[in-house]
Design a protein around this ligand. Structure first.
Ligand code: ZN
Length: 305
C-alpha cells in the first residue's frame, strides 16, 4: 500500500502578501519534486474535501470559529494575530486544510496498512483552542485527532511534531486530554516562546539548542522518545510535519538534512506498523525554503514506502 496525498487547489489559491514566506509556491515546489523524483508514480493523489463547522468545533471554541467567519471580509483582509492575515480565500483554504486531515484519518482507518500525507496550507499547529497564531487559522492536526477520537472511538492517539517551532496550539488544545500523547521537538529559545517544560502527562517536549545536528536529533529521538511512544501503544499516529529545521531553511537555526527526514519517515512508519496496522497521517506545517522543503518531503515519504 502506498502513501495517499490529500491536497486541493484551494490551498494554492491565496496569497498573504508579497514576499511572505508562507506562499503557494511552497506547494508547487513539493509537487515539482514529486514529479522529478518519480515518486508521483508511487503515491496516489486525491482531492481533499472541506471541513464542516462541526468538525472545526471539535478542536476549537465555537465562539472563536464563528468570530473568524464573521470577521473575515469578502474583499480585503484582516489580521487575526500579529503574524496571521486572513482573507476570504485563505479562510476557504483553511477549511480544505483541516478537511484533508479528516479525509486522511478516514482513509487510514478504513484501509489496511495505509499512510497519508496532507499537502496543505495554511499550516495549523500554532492555532490554539480560541486563537489564531503564527500563520495558522485552525489547528489541522488537532482537528484530525479530535475527529479520530470522536468518529472511531480511539483511546490512544500519538501526535508527533518535528517542525522547528513548538506546536503551542496543539499543546493548548490537548494538554489535559488523556487520550492524546503529544511529542514536540523544537528549537529553544525560539518562536512561539512557550514554556519548554512539559506540565501534564499528555505533553512531551524536546527543546533543542540552535545548531542541533541530525545526529544529535536522531540520538535523542531514539533514547528519549521511542521508549515512551512504544509504551503508549498508539492506535493512530499523526504527524505535524514541518521541515523548517532543515539546515538550508533560514526560518530556524537547526541543522537537519533530508536524510534525517527520511529517517523520521522510517521511524514513524515503524511505530505505526508495530502498534496500529501502519495507520500514519502526516500534515504539512512549516518549511519555507523551497528546494530543501521539496527534497525533505520526498525523502520523508520515501521513508514510508
Ligand atoms: Zn515552523
Amino acid at each position: 500500500m502506498s502513501v495517499v496525498i490529500f491536497s486541493h487547489g484551494r490551498c494554492l489559491s491565496y496569497d498573504v502578501g508579497q514576499d511572505h514566506p508562507e506562499a503557494a509556491s511552497r506547494i508547487h515546489a513539493v509537487q515539482d519534486q514529486l514529479l522529478s523524483s518519480g515518486l508521483d508514480y508511487v503515491v496516489q493523489q486525491r482531492d481533499a474535501t472541506p471541513a464542516s463547522l462541526e468538525q472545526l468545533y471539535l478542536a476549537h471554541d465555537p465562539a472563536y470559529v464563528d468570530h473568524v467567519f464573521a470577521a473575515v471580509p469578502d474583499t480585503g483582509h484582516i489580521w487575526l494575530d500579529d503574524d496571521t492575515q486572513a482573507n476570504a480565500k485563505s479562510l476557504n483554504a483553511a477549511l480544505y486544510s483541516a478537511g484533508a486531515g479528516i479525509n486522511a484519518v478516514d482513509w487510514v482507518m478504513q484501509q489496511q496498512g495505509a499512510q497519508a500525507f496532507c499537502l496543505v496550507r495554511p499550516p495549523g499547529h500554532h492555532a490554539q483552542y480560541k486563537a489564531a497564531k503564527g500563520f495558522c487559522i485552525f489547528n489541522n492536526i488537532a482537528i484530525a485527532a479530535a475527529y479520530a477520537m470522536q468518529q472511531y472511538g480511539l483511546q490512544r492517539v500519538l501526535i508527533v511534531d518535528f517542525d522547528v517551532h513548538h506546536g503551542n496550539g496543539t499543546e493548548d488544545i490537548f494538554q489535559h486530554e488523556p487520550r492524546v500523547k503529544f511529542f514536540s521537538s523544537f528549537q529553544h529559545p525560539f518562536y512561539p516562546y512557550t514554556d519548554p517544560v512539559s506540565h501534564t502527562p499528555s505533553i512531551v517536549k524536546m527543546p533543542l539548542a540552535a545548531g542541533t545536528t541530525g545526529a544529535v536529533y536522531q540520538q535523542r529521538f531514539t533514547q528519549e522518545w521511542l521508549p515512551l511512544m512504544q509504551e503508549f501503544q498508539p492506535e493512530l499516529v499523526l504527524v505535524s510535519a514541518g521541515f523548517d529545521a532543515h539546515i538550508e531553511d533560514d526560518m530556524g537555526q537547526m541543522k537537519l538534512t533530508e536524510l534525517d527526514y527520511l529517517w523520521l519517515g522510517q521511524q514513524l512508519k515503524q511505530i505505526a506498523d508495530q502498534h496500529c496496522h501502519g495507520r500514519l497521517v502526516s500534515m504539512l506545517e512549516g518549511g519555507y525554503e523551497h528546494s530543501p522543503l521539496a527534497r525533505s518531503v520526498v525523502a520523508y515519504l520515501k521513508g514510508q514506502i
